[in-house]
Design a protein around this ligand. Structure first.
Ligand code: NAD
Length: 352
């Protein structure tokens, strides 16, 4: 059986090669290097699997994504082609929740400004004063695995928690000491909002201009889920107007492009790329997708360079323990498929 891994790091290569040594295991840097004869494919979040990829790889039978998010895979196309998909259902809900608090504390205690203050000549406590989390209201959007761990940690900080989810768990809420409320009520009450829902059509741009207009002035926004849950332009406007006081972001819209380009373009460089001898109209006509990508890059760069934004490049999952769990589960998922007993499958869609 030919098994191809995409987007792996050196330590993962060693691990998967050893664990699956009885198979023809290969490693490639990007999806476009995967040969047509691949039978089992393991990807991470930046490999977008669509109908065209499936068509170009007729021998493909099984995809094991090394992630809990599955929005990079066209599940309907996989189902139509009879390709099973498995994911890592649970590997780091505590890990991502801990990172959520790393971002939250970075904002509430103004860590970025404090670090930068060190380098400035004039130091002022007033200029970098933070605030306590204790007794503040945390609005948790999504009370699944990560959301629940976030609530557990929030209660240890003695925060008040108000949550929104399409599936409420009243018994857990009673035990954990939080309440559910409609989305608008959570937006209106929260001092800090944190997102823990999947990116699906219903949640795309959940936080848009209309949603920000319902928020308490100065709310902090934390996103460790997926970038497109927030409309970037609306967030920038809300940061400009002070409706959003600060944002802690582990994910961004168009972050795939940032990752792929492996660069942190500054505005001038992007503009020179945009120009490259052509007028912007000619570029727009010739390569609209590229223009959209570069515009997204520039917008993200402007967003993450703000003093009141803390950005981590999709690292919420990235602890030693979580990465080890991802590796183990991926091997189990592949073995399960090869033995005729697939596990952690998502084909047909997850239920929420
Ligand atoms: P989960 O499936 O356990 O929980 C998701 C929750 O969202 C569920 O309670 C579900 O009912 C709710 N939900 C679904 N659709 C909704 C909607 N339309 N409106 C309101 N609520 C809705 O997922 P999880 O393990 O807690 O992970 C949440 C997300 O975190 C993942 O989908 C993934 O995108 C992201 N994630 C990010 C990283 C990272 O490194 N940044 C790592 C892991 C997961």
């Amino acid at each position: 059986m030919q098994i191809v891994f995409v987007e792996t790091e050196p330590s993962e290569v060693e691990y998967f090669r050893e664990e699956l040594r009885e198979h023809d295991v290969r490693f490639v840097g990007a999806l476009d290097e995967v040969g047509a004869e691949v039978e089992v494919l393991s990807v991470f979040i930046y490999s977008r699997i669509d109908a065209a990829f499936l068509e170009a790889h007729p021998a493909l039978q099984f995809i094991a994504t090394r992630s809990s998010g599955i929005d990079h895979i066209d599940l309907a196309a996989c189902e139509a082609r009879g390709v099973d998909v498995s994911f890592v259902r649970s590997y780091g809900e505590n890990t991502v929740a801990e990172h959520t608090f790393a971002l939250m504390l970075s904002l509430s205690r103004r860590i970025r400004a404090s670090l930068e203050a060190n380098q400035k000549r004039k130091f002022s406590y007033e200029a970098i004063r933070g605030f306590d989390l204790e007794k503040k209201t945390l609005g948790v959007i999504g009370t699944g695995r990560i959301g629940m761990h976030t609530i557990r940690i929030a209660k240890a900080f003695d925060m008040c928690v108000l949550a929104y989810d399409i599936v409420e768990k009243p018994l857990v809420a009673a035990v954990r000491g939080f309440e559910y409320a409609p989305l608008d009520d959570v937006l209106a009450a929260a001092d800090i909002l944190t997102l823990h829902i999947p990116l699906v059509p219903a949640t795309h741009h959940l936080l848009d201009r209309a949603a920000f207009a319902k928020c308490k002035r100065g709310v902090l926004v934390i996103n460790t889920s997926r970038g497109a849950l927030i409309e970037t332009e609306a967030l920038v406007e809300a940061l400009d107007s002070g409706i959003v006081g600060a944002a802690g972001l582990d994910v961004l819209e168009e972050e795939r492009v940032m990752q792929r380009e492996a660069l942190n373009l500054i505005g001038d460089q992007i503009i020179s790329k945009l120009q490259s001898g052509l007028t912007s109209h000619e570029l727009r006509v010739q390569n609209p997708a590229r223009i959209q990508e570069l515009t997204g890059l520039m917008r993200n760069q402007q967003l993450i360079s703000r003093e009141n934004v803390v950005f981590t490049p999709h690292t919420a999952f990235n602890s030693v323990e979580a990465v080890a769990r991802i590796g183990r589960t991926t091997v189990e998922n592949i073995r399960g498929f090869l033995e005729g007993a697939p596990r952690n499958t998502v084909t047909g869609g997850l239920e929420w």
